[in-house]
Design a protein around this ligand. Structure first.
Ligand SMILES: Nc1nc2c(ncn2[C@@H]2O[C@H](COP(=O)(O)OP(=O)(O)OP(=O)(O)O)[C@@H](O)[C@H]2O)c(=O)[nH]1
Length: 611
């Protein structure tokens, strides 16, 4: 029951709804995000393969184009040999003829010289007379050509930044004997690349065997005629004839495509490797991949965070639910009524079983708590602070004295200030207290209030007279010659006389008046809102009443008792009743002295009595 009330008050069902919504949607979100991540990783990987394949295709095409350019230059050299062979056959070899041959061939191949040497190694004709001729190389070539006349002999030598290429081919006369040798000199091997258009970061290496003939860019670390630095550790790329290799020269990985260049009518071949740095085409893909990866990591982190937060919240909720169950059980089993009340409008927020048992439906949530008080306004005095008050409350069995403890508590959400109210039924104790109070304040012989009660009442009435302001009269009464009654008829008879006179005094007092026995045979009266004259009248009426009431004793004797009285009035400037009592006492003394059975009014400044 308490649980339901709490749910109503705190809106926990709404929280539950939200939680169950999250419980189902979060796994769906996780599944969606995971599949998204998977697809994106797969896409990225596939993209990488596509990028590699595209690059391999491009380098392959570039290599083919480049090879065809180099091949066309080599064809010019082949053509130079065959034209020169023709001139030799027709015996028209001269400097002029050879000059024309070189001019007619490839103007792109700069410093292209054709020379013809005789059997005695003597220069017979040349397309251009050179100042410096590398005689040892020429000698070596002529020797090789003489030994193997059927092939073209090639020597590549380093130059000043550029290499020099020598081609030599022997010519056989009609009888098949070696008569002359043609030597073609290409003084700038780099000119074999003329016409190629390579992009930045692209490299081309032309080589024969493991010897560099020409290269782009013209790297100083890779001199002509040196060892080809292409690493042996090659990794095949996706397109046939392409491979990855890292040059030890710069440590950069490149994607190469290799093509064969044919010379000597296809009897020999050179190799052309064209490649470009993988970083140039991979960086864009890598950037995209890392961006994707970063986004995926963030999404995964968010989802993980959400998952752990949800798990933590679930844990907290179950712990809270366990505590709520325990608290509810304690509250429900508490024998004393406990309620939670809104401090603002006093509406009951929740009430335990003991409260409902005691007050019924009046204590149901939503009902006004002040209605449970016997005097509704009592709530006003206590609702806004932590208090512990005794008050009367209207239960199903009528008014009951309760000890009410109020304590302000933290309210969950925006429910405003709340009070925890615990009630203890103290009707029994209150009854006992009242009885004790009555016994302590009452004179057992006359059943009039005693001196203690008189003093308390005097304090209350003087305060009231001072604050309102109003007139408060005082009468002091004393039985005349009472000692004689005791002496003549005994103490019991004296007691009886005291009882009868007390009854007459009580009869003379109004409801608001206080009449008390303040000594042995002394009485006093306090008369609120009473002037001195009115009090004198009351006193005289009482005096006559006592005098006119014969008292029958146990032995059948009848006696007449008289009383003397002193009358005064309380002055508002006085702190208490003592001065007024002293004046009444003095007046009483005067009444006794002047013959008894009379009323004497104290000579007080009556006009100032109520000031
Ligand atoms: N029977 C009885 N006598 C009491 C009680 N209290 C006081 N007395 C008596 O009251 C008498 C008071 O006597 P006094 O003070 O001499 O006064 P009085 O005889 O009344 O004389 P005046 O007051 O001068 O008229 C004493 O004899 C007390 O014993 C009481 O409770 N019962």
């Amino acid at each position: 029951m308490i649980k339901d009330q709490l749910g109503l008050a705190l809106g926990s069902s709404r929280t539950r709804e939200r939680m169950s919504w999250l419980k189902w949607t979060l796994p769906v979100l996780v599944a969606l995000a995971c599949s998204n991540i998977g697809v994106r990783v797969w896409q990225s990987w596939k993209e990488r393969a596509d990028v590699e394949a595209l690059a391999a295709n491009r380098v392959s095409v570039l290599a083919t184009l480049s090879a065809s350019i180099v091949q066309s230059h080599i064809s010019s050299i082949d053509a130079a040999f065959s034209l020169t062979t023709g001139a030799i056959g027709s015996q028209t070899v001269s400097d002029d003829t050879l000059g024309k041959i070189t001019q007619s061939l490839n103007p792109l191949l700069r410093d292209f010289v054709v020379s013809v040497y005789g059997n005695d190694d003597r220069l017979m004709a040349t397309s251009r007379r050179l100042q410096h001729v590398d005689a040892p190389t020429i000698a070596s070539l002529l020797e090789s050509a003489g030994k193997q006349p059927s092939v073209t002999h090639v020597i590549v030598l380093p130059g000043d930044g550029e290499g020099v290429l020598y081609f030599a081919k022997a010519h056989l006369d009609g009888a098949g004997r070696h008569d002359v040798t043609t030597i073609v000199t290409l003084r700038m091997t780099q000119s074999l690349f003329v016409g190629m258009n390579l992009a930045t970061h692209t490299m081309a290496i032309l080589h024969v065997g493991d010897q560099v003939i020409a290269r782009i860019p013209p790297l100083p670390g890779m001199p002509i005629a040196s060892f080809v630095p292409l690493g042996q550790e090659r990794r095949h790329a996706s397109v046939l004839g392409t491979y990855y290799s890292t040059l030890p020269l710069d440590g950069q990985e490149r994607l190469f495509a290799q093509r064969d260049i044919l010379l000597d009518s296809g009897r020999q071949h050179w190799r052309l490797d064209v490649g470009y740095a993988v970083d140039t085409y991979r960086s864009a893909w890598r950037r995209g991949f890392y961006l994707n990866l970063g986004a995926m990591v963030i999404v995964a982190a968010l989802l993980l965070g959400g998952y752990f937060m949800l798990r933590r919240e679930r844990q907290i909720r179950s712990e809270r639910a366990a505590w709520t169950r325990i608290t509810n059980m304690i509250l429900e089993n508490m024998p004393m009524p406990v309620l939670v009340v809104a401090a603002g409008d006093g509406a009951i927020i929740l009430a335990n079983d003991a409260s409902l048992g005691l007050f019924g439906a009046m204590a149901s949530p939503g009902q006004p708590f002040p209605n449970l008080f016997t005097v509704v306004s009592a709530w006003e005095a206590i609702h806004d602070s932590d208090v512990s008050e005794t008050t009367s409350m209207q239960t199903r069995n009528g008014p009951v004295d309760m000890l009410m403890r109020c304590r302000e508590i933290d309210s969950p959400g925006n429910l405003g200030s709340m009070l925890l109210v615990t009630l203890t039924d103290i009707s029994e104790q209150a009854q006992q207290m009242r009885q004790l109070q009555t016994a302590a304040d009452l004179d057992p012989l006359t059943e009039l209030p005693n001196r203690r009660y008189f003093d308390n009442a005097a304090e209350r009435l003087t305060t009231m007279a001072r604050e309102q302001p109003s007139s408060l009269a005082v009468i002091e009464l004393d039985l005349d010659h009472f000692k004689r009654v005791n002496d003549s008829y005994g103490h019991a008879a004296g007691d009886r006389v005291l009882g009868v006179v007390a009854k007459l005094i009580r009869g003379a007092a109004r409801e608001a008046d206080v009449a008390a026995r303040i000594g042995g045979e002394e009485f006093a009266m306090l008369l609120p809102d009473t002037s001195l004259e009115q009090a004198e009248t009351v006193a005289n009426r009482l005096r006559r009443s006592v005098e006119g009431t014969p008292i029958l004793l146990e032995d059948g004797t009848t006696i007449v008792q008289t009383i003397s009285m002193g009358v005064s009035v309380y002055l508002s400037r006085e702190p208490g009743i003592d001065a007024a009592l002293a004046r009444a006492d003095a007046a009483l003394y005067e009444a006794k002295a002047s013959g008894r059975n009379r009323v004497v009014v104290a000579p007080a400044d009556v006009a100032s009595a109520a000031d």
